[in-house]
Design a protein around this ligand. Structure first.
Ligand code: MSP
Length: 645
């Protein structure tokens, strides 16, 4: 049987400026849906591209003294680079300047003209060049400007071709009425119904005052209106003119994902073009909200544009993707802020997800020599974990099918939290001390690997790189690209005696103060004696027993030590806390060689806020006594994991 198909598009972007994080938002949503559908077994065609014609582009090129094609080539190369950096999995990239597209646009124009739905007339009216939109006097804002972007409109008067959209208004209203899923969310649907009910005027679809466009086939001094040209991009790459089998497979499109301000073009002009061509209408047009910065839509003219490449360089593509998809509810506007981004990275990615993987792999390394044994039997805690995993997969599927992306991610994270709790509930470090509990311990490790196997698939549409990294660290035998949703509907797929891969940190915590946070051991040792005034101050800073109890001190063993390159004082230590391993940076390199420390049991503060020191995230601090130039770490002959009180 043929696979089910799914055709999804983003808008094609104007190369009038560099793309910003708002554009990246739109494309990331589409990418996550495309990836989900592939996981669900669909044959997906995911299209994005660039909308390169029109007066706005011609003017930009003139300002720079270059040909429009040189101008767009340069900017479009930037788009393609951005989508690559963001791991956008589009199957094609359409440029409206490509010959394949020009052929389609001209043929469509010819067909509709032949049918009598395009006629020649004279246009006199108002035009907003930045939006490439025609307006009527009554539609302008209170200042007589464009109602969308609020910039001045221009009077244009020229001979032009018109498209009889008025003829189709009733048919369109009836279609919208009979297909509640066609325009979503419902607020946009209502807006469009009201707009159409106010009456549709025939649309001017050609211009003569500039020439950067596709010529009208039967009258070459006219170029075709840029929206008429742009909307038809959705038909070009799926073989409208040259590949009937492909066209049949993918048309009508399953989803046009667009920003809320261009829903009007996609739910009025576009369906009417399709009706005039006797083609079925797309199944869904979804108008998403905008990414805003401090309450304002991002735009170059407002100077609040955030460059996605800079953010990807700094935080990585997956962290940016995660933030955009998790933070904003699809139909609504959402705010972008650096603080919120860092907050999400630290709490959701470094802490919840990173710790689950880290703890699991470390325990398998420590308790089972890195080998995952098959589980035999289940207890009540295991059964509840398995039931929650099943529910997580089912909720994921329904959530994504309903385009509730943020809520879906929240559910996946609830399961990550559940798996972290499973570790605490089953206390593997206790089981490890008892030879009779060997199988129970193996079961816990197995169940954690199974949970992580499922989690890596559940996060794949949102964070494809991280998902694959987890898969590789678990060392699962199945090829990651071949994994489908059906594989995680079964529990117990991980084979027996699988050797796990090398654990690596997924997301280091981001310290806002960063290097300011370096611990005492790195600061210069105090040279002078304590003065009386300082003694008084010391007294004032007395702490209560409760405050002291906040400090968690533990005996840990140094497993590995090495110099931090290009520093004199810093050592990077890997320490064993009993139930986990951690990396810390300690400023004791002048007093200890790495080999002097390995094997020592030392006292460490384990609940110190992590800090990034010379690019290494330090998760704790080793205690040391110092006087003058002498320094000795606190070392005790007590078992690893002992509490120091
Ligand atoms: N070229 C037209 C689309 C033609 S589709 C046949 C266009 N291009 S655009 O570059 O101006 O915008 C492309 C998409 O980016 C739109 O869906 C728009 O809503 C989206 N966004 C632009 N700024 C945005 C935000 N700040 N936030 C979210 N999406 C934003 O319109």
């Amino acid at each position: 049987m043929d696979k089910k198909s799914f055709y999804i598009t983003t808008p094609i972007y104007y190369p009038s400026a560099k793309l910003h994080i708002g554009h990246a938002y739109c494309t990331t949503i589409a990418d996550s849906i495309a990836r989900f559908k592939r996981l669900a077994g669909y044959d997906v065609f995911f299209l994005t591209g660039s909308d390169e014609h029109g007066q706005k582009i011609q003017r930009k090129a003139e300002e720079e003294g270059i040909q429009p094609i040189e101008y767009v080539d340069r900017i479009v190369a930037g788009f393609q680079n951005l989508w690559k950096r963001l791991n956008i999995s589009n199957d094609d990239f359409i440029r409206t300047t490509q010959e394949r597209h020009q052929k389609v646009v001209q043929e469509i124009f010819r067909r509709i003209y032949a049918k009598g739905d395009i006629y020649k007339g004279a246009y006199k009216g108002l035009y907003c060049t930045p939006c490439e939109s025609y307006w009527l006097e009554r539609q302008l804002d209170e200042n007589g400007c464009c109602p969308d972007c609020h910039r001045p409109v221009e009077e244009v008067s020229e001979e032009a071709y018109f498209f009889k959209i008025s003829k189709y208004a009733d048919r369109l209203l009836q279609y919208i009425d009979e297909h509640p899923a066609f325009i979503q969310p419902v607020s946009r649907r209502n807006e469009m119904i009201n707009f159409i009910k106010q009456g549709l005027e025939d649309l001017c679809i050609s211009r003569t005052s500039f020439d950067w466009g596709i010529p009208v086939p039967m009258d070459k001094k006219h170029v075709i209106y840029v929206w008429f040209d742009a909307l038809t991009n959705y038909l070009t790459p799926i073989g409208y003119l040259d590949n009937p089998a492909m066209f049949q497979k993918f048309w009508p499109a399953d989803l046009h994902l667009v920003g809320k301000e261009i829903v009007r073009f996609h739910t009025i002009i576009w369906p009417i073009i399709l009706m005039a061509l006797d083609l079925p209408l797309p199944k869904k047009v979804y108008g998403h909200g905008w990414l805003i910065v401090e309450g304002d839509k991002m735009s170059k003219s407002k100077g609040n544009v955030i460059d996605p490449i800079g953010l990807i360089d700094e935080f990585g593509a997956d962290a940016i993707r995660y933030f955009l998809l998790r933070e904003i509810n699809l139909g609504q506007d959402g705010n972008f802020s650096r603080e919120a981004l860092i907050g999400r990275i630290n709490s959701d990615l470094a802490n919840d997800l990173g710790n689950l993987l880290h703890r699991t792999l470390n325990m398998i390394g420590k308790f089972q020599n890195g080998i995952v044994e098959k589980a035999v039997g289940t207890n009540a805690i295991d059964q509840s974990l398995i039931a929650d995993a099943e529910k997580a997969v089912a909720d994921f599927e329904t959530g994504m099918d309903n385009m509730e992306i943020s809520a879906t991610i929240r559910n996946v994270w609830a399961f990550i939290g559940r798996a972290n709790k499973y570790i605490d509930e089953s206390a593997p470090w206790v089981l490890a001390r008892d030879a009779a509990k060997k199988q129970e311990l193996a079961n816990v490790m197995y169940n954690l690997v199974e949970s992580l196997r499922i989690i890596s698939v559940l996060i794949a549409p949102f964070m494809p790189e991280t998902a694959e990294k987890i898969w590789k660290q678990l060392n699962l035998p199945q090829k990651f690209e071949a994994v489908r949703l059906s594989d995680i509907k079964q529990w117990g797929v991980t084979p027996a005696n699988m050797h796990i891969g090398t654990p690596e940190q997924l997301f280091p915590r981001i310290e806002v103060e960063d290097d300011k946070n370096i611990q005492h051991a790195v600061k210069p040792a105090r040279k002078t004696e304590v003065k009386p005034a300082e003694k008084a101050a010391d007294k004032k800073s007395e702490i209560t027993i409760d405050e002291f109890a906040k400090l968690q001190l533990r005996v840990v063993r140094v497993l590995h030590a090495e110099y931090v390159p290009d520093t004199e004082k810093l050592l990077k230590l890997t320490v064993d806390l009993g139930d986990e391993r951690r990396e810390i940076v300690s400023g004791i390199a002048r007093h200890y060689k790495p080999e002097d420390l390995v094997g020592k049991n030392v006292v460490m503060v384990i609940n110190l806020k992590p800090a990034r020191i010379r690019g290494i995230v330090s998760h704790g601090m080793v205690l040391a006594a110092s006087k003058g130039d002498a320094l000795k770490v606190l070392s005790v002959e007590m078992p690893i994991g002992s509490m120091v009180k």
